[in-house]
Ligand binder design. Structure first.
Ligand code: HEC
Ligand code: HEC
Length: 477
């Protein structure tokens, strides 16, 4: 009041000289407040990148490797194993079920190796004397519980009452193949094979599948289903068969083995070690882990439709329903992987493993447009493997990446020279079927002599990203 009423006199210069100082102080104070608020916001943004505007979240992602858009992943519920699954577990680890007495499912699908092969052999040995070479490397058994049945159609999903696969295939024989682009909408109009188990999709269910190795002469090598039933009846767990399936179960050997196969499949479906979803990438998706700069760069290249385009086939984003990404689109592709001349079957120059159209499945023989196609495997835990592709041709990810990057631009690095001195490109396919090989999707869309899609640094970073797909701690039994 007194200040207001006190009119400054010209003789008192002091208020005049102090007047400019006050706004300066105010500005300084305001600036300090803005700075503190800004720092606070930054700290908040770094801690909760999901709660700040998109552009800010992206800056934080670049700086810290945190996920600005975390999701809640839907994992399968964890419950104690049912009696059926417990029996299946015993069967899974029982070598007495093999003709040699030395080989169980776990011998080729080792729980300490993501249920894949425990060694770097191109293919595993088996048979009565454990001397016979297999045909293909064992895939990981992890994450198979979501594998759809084999079908041929425009989109994934159950095609229970669809026409037979042969009818579907014939309808699509002349349709031009569409492109697969990471992140893009599916432009797929042509009919594509999808789903199923084995590299060629010839089994639909884990139960049906388990007969394969038990009766395969180069694997567990049982003479027939009856001899498997005899082994079950002599096993220490035979009493569990009686408890679960009745005292007369072994009167019907086929039924006993069918129940055994169902038990093995229940074990794979129920035991959380087959689908833990605890990789660094899963934790990053949920906002609980940060990617290194290399991993983050690798992820972006993986998803970049013009560069690596890996996500065009190895899907990397969670579903709308929160289902964790499986790193496969469950479809089949012909990549034209080089022939593995170390395989016994390939000593015969007329032998070709053509995947979907045979020879290990015979129902699709006439569908030549699918020859050379193999199932796109999950990349979860792929970085723990030491054998890659359907014929085990490569043993490290550097080689796999070089193949993706330079198959077209510098094919001489991967294929032998033929008698005429020319590079024998796609040498694991007969000449008339080489047109099935994918040359449309990046990184395979480059031409001879072009600059490859990825640099050495890019490849290094993609491999760093692939390692974030390993379950952690390493899956163990
Ligand atoms: C001698 C090694 C060997 C043994 C023993 C073995 N497997 Fe396999 N397994 C393989 C190979 C090789 C493949 C791929 C075969 C193919 O694609 O034709 C495979 C494929 C599979 C698949 C399909 C995986 C996929 O990604 O599609 C399942 C499931 C499977 N095996 C389960 C079992 C079970 C259960 C047992 C025990 C009853 C078993 N395996 C025993 C080598 C073996
Ligand atoms: C057009 C679809 C497609 C694209 C794009 C693609 N892949 Fe594949 N990938 C496949 C198929 C199909 C196979 C199996 C091929 C075979 O064995 O003949 C495979 C196999 C693999 C394997 C071997 C896995 C195993 O268990 O043996 C790795 C590793 C892999 N891909 C990584 C990548 C990476 C990294 C990229 C990006 C640079 C990529 N893929 C791009 C379809 C694709």
């Amino acid at each position: 009041m007194s200040e207001l009423s006190a009119s400054p006199t010209p003789s008192s210069p002091s208020p005049k000289s102090r007047a400019p100082a006050r706004p300066v102080r105010l500005v300084l104070r305001a600036a300090a407040a803005v700075l503190v608020a800004g720092l606070g916001f930054c700290a908040y943004a770094v801690a909760f990148p999901a709660h700040v505007p998109e552009a800010v979240g992206e800056v934080v992602e670049n700086l810290t490797g945190a996920n600005p858009h975390p999701v809640v992943l839907q994992r399968p519920p964890v419950a104690p194993l049912s009696a059926m699954a417990q029996l299946g577990k015993q069967l899974f680890f029982d070598p007495s079920l093999s003709g040699s007495g030395q080989q169980s499912c776990a011998s080729c699908h080792s729980p300490d190796h993501a249920y894949g092969p425990p060694n770097a052999l191109d293919v595993q040995k088996g048979g009565l004397a454990m001397t016979q070479q297999g045909y293909r490397p064992p895939p990981s058994l992890m994450y198979l519980y979501r594998q759809p049945n084999f079908s041929i159609g425009p989109d994934a999903g159950e095609n229970d009452d669809a026409p037979t696969v042969q009818q579907q295939a014939s309808a699509s024989a002349n349709v031009v193949k569409s492109q697969k682009t990471a992140g893009g909408p599916s432009t797929s109009v042509e009919m594509v094979p999808q789903g199923g188990l084995f590299w060629d999709g010839r089994a639909d269910t884990l139960q049906q599948q388990a007969y394969g190795p038990l009766l395969n002469p180069v694997e567990m090598a049982n003479k027939d289903v009856d001899s498997v039933a005899q082994k079950l009846q002599q096993a220490p767990y035979a009493k569990h068969f009686n408890e679960l399936f009745g005292s007369r179960i072994f009167d019907n050997p086929k039924m006993a083995v069918s129940e055994a196969m169902f038990a093995i499949s229940r074990y794979q479906v129920e035991d959380p070690s087959f689908h833990p979803y605890n990789s660094k990438y899963d934790r990053w998706l949920e906002g609980h882990a940060r990617l290194s700069q290399a991993e983050l760069h690798g992820l972006r290249l993986f998803n970049d439709p013009d560069k690596a385009n890996c996500a065009g086939c190895h899907l990397s984003k969670p579903g709308k329903d929160g289902l964790p990404p499986m790193f496969t689109d469950y479809q089949y592709e012909a990549l034209g992987v080089p022939r593995n001349r170390n395989l016994a079957q390939n000593q015969d120059p007329k032998f070709y493993d053509l995947g979907v159209c045979g020879p290990f499945r015979s129902d699709m023989k006439a569908q030549q447009q699918y020859c050379g196609m193999f199932l796109t495997p999950t990349l979860r835990n792929a970085a723990t493997r030491t054998v890659f592709f359907h014929n085990g041709i490569y043993h490290d990810l550097d080689r796999v990446m070089a193949f993706y990057n330079e198959r077209n631009t510098d094919p001489g690095k991967f294929y032998p020279h033929g008698a005429d001195g020319k590079i024998d490109k796609y040498d694991d396919l007969p000449a008339d079927l080489q047109k099935n090989v994918d040359v449309a999707d990046a990184p395979f869309d480059r031409k001879f002599g072009d600059k490859p899609a990825m640099t050495a640094d890019d490849i290094h970073d993609i491999i760093a990203f692939l390692k974030t797909l390993n379950d952690d701690p390493a899956p163990s039994h």
